[in-house]
Design a protein around this ligand. Structure first.
Ligand code: NIG
Ligand code: FE
Length: 426
């Protein structure tokens, strides 16, 4: 099966096939081709270049040609941090915050993660599956082509396994690639408030072995932050996960300079995520590591906390990724287009840097950098075809409005927003 895009206004996010991430100044330098073509063969990117250089033989054997006049081709977004399996939204807490309570105060009163854990027990796997599936469908409408999903609203052996089995079903039935993360250490459950050590022991000795035995997770995560898990506790839990074959991807430095970055890097974490609270020491530690620094600006926006120092991090030479953190408490949106707007508007990232962070570097943070995240020969044809827009900068600039017209996953069209817009005057 061969699909050919012709007359593409610009193809963005081009790298060599072996590139799995871009760091520092390289992030703005993923290549662009103007007036280009791109050939997909058997779900993979087979060839691309300038229209003027396209050999007539390329046209010969194709099954379908898409004349992309005025449109851009981008790699699909790779959203490397979400919590989209949850029972119910928490918009009442949102109103509590408007009335003056902080996220931490809400958590201390049994709201927040513990509120979601309470609701989780009341829900059947099928209902959790259906709601998460519709969130994935919605995310695809704004260009997401791969997603990581965490457990962490179970907070008991049975409920964590329930969540992870739902994620496994999603993996098996979704057109987009899904990675699963075990986050038993998301919060200390209410029943263990006075005996946190027992909960940690249960994560290490009951949950991790059971999760691994059923092959339910790719990664292990801990919420290493003020009021949640200490760096020492995080270290113990990560080491138990690593010994069982799970690589760490952790929450760190959302609420305070927590020591989380250091503990993540020391345990060779694939990524450390959040990073709203950063000092020079954290930047230095990340600089000498293979760990992706993942920023979740939807959370800073929604909780009205400070944004990660993205400019400083990129200027220091770090590789940074952008993810949505889609969850019911701190970032109830999986719209990666809006995340690129926040990155550029609030964190001074350049549009090209935001694209790299939301695609290739996000893929790296899910161990998918070899197969997707950039336009490269041999990578999977996970592509956004935009509506006609003037340039890449229009993506973050035109915030709140979608530029995604079509989404292709492995060369197959999975989203098509052409046609009737719904306007009665048409
Ligand atoms: O990434 N920070 C920890 N966990 C989530 C929030 C979870 C929740 O509030 O439900 C986050 O922001
Ligand atoms: Fe999170």
């Amino acid at each position: 099966m061969k699909l050919l895009f012709t007359n593409v206004k610009a193809i963005h996010g081009i790298t060599e096939p072996t590139i799995e991430k871009l760091s520092g100044a390289e992030m703005a330098k993923a290549e662009t081709i103007e007036k280009g073509y791109l050939l997909v063969e058997d779900g993979k990117i087979a060839d691309f270049g300038r229209m003027v250089d396209m050999k007539p033989t390329v046209l010969g054997s194709v099954n379908e040609v898409i004349d992309a006049q005025g449109r851009l081709l981008l790699p699909a977004f790779c959203d490397s941090h979400t919590h989209i399996v949850f029972a119910e939204p928490r918009e009442a807490e949102f109103v509590d915050r408007i009335n003056g309570l902080s996220y931490e105060e809400i958590a201390q009163r049994g709201g927040g993660i513990l509120n979601s854990a309470k609701k989780m027990r009341e829900y059947l796997p099928q209902d959790l599956y259906d709601s998460a599936k519709s969130r994935i469908d919605e995310m695809m409408l704004t260009g997401t082509g791969a997603v990581e999903i965490k457990s962490g609203y179970g907070l008991s052996l049975a409920q964590e396994l329930k969540m992870l089995r739902v994620i496994k079903e999603l993996k098996n039935h979704s057109p987009i690639t899904i990675k699963a993360t075990f986050l038993g250490a998301h919060a200390i459950p209410t029943a263990y408030k006075e005996k946190r050590e027992e909960y940690i022991e249960s994560i290490i000795h009951e949950m991790i072995p059971a999760v691994v035995a059923e092959e339910l997770a790719d990664y292990i995560d801990v919420f290493c932050d003020k009021g949640f898990f200490t760096p020492e506790e995080t270290d113990r839990i990560l080491k138990a996960g690593i010994a069982a074959g799970l690589q760490p991807k952790i929450h760190a430095n959302e609420l305070a300079i927590s020591g989380g970055v250091q503990v993540g890097v020391a345990n060779n974490a694939l990524s450390v995520d959040h990073l709203e609270c950063m000092s020079d020491a954290e930047i230095e530690v990340l600089k000498n590591s293979d760990t992706m620094a993942t920023m979740l600006p939807g959370t800073a926006f929604f909780l009205k906390i400070s944004y990660p120092p993205a400019r400083k991090m990129i200027d220091a030479g770090l590789a940074v990724a952008l993810a949505s953190d889609y969850n019911p408490g701190s970032s109830p949106s999986g719209n990666m287009e809006f995340i690129t707007s926040l990155a550029c508007i609030q964190m001074n990232m350049l549009p090209q840097e935001a694209l790299t962070a939301a695609t290739l570097n996000g893929a790296y943070a899910m161990d998918l950098g070899k197969e997707m995240g950039s336009i490269a020969i041999g990578k999977r044809a996970n592509l956004i075809l935009t509506r006609p827009i003037p340039s890449l900068a229009f993506l973050p600039y035109n915030f709140g409005s979608s530029i995604v017209e079509r989404l292709f996953i492995d060369g197959e069209m999975r989203v098509d927003k052409r046609g009737n817009s719904g306007l009665l005057s048409e």
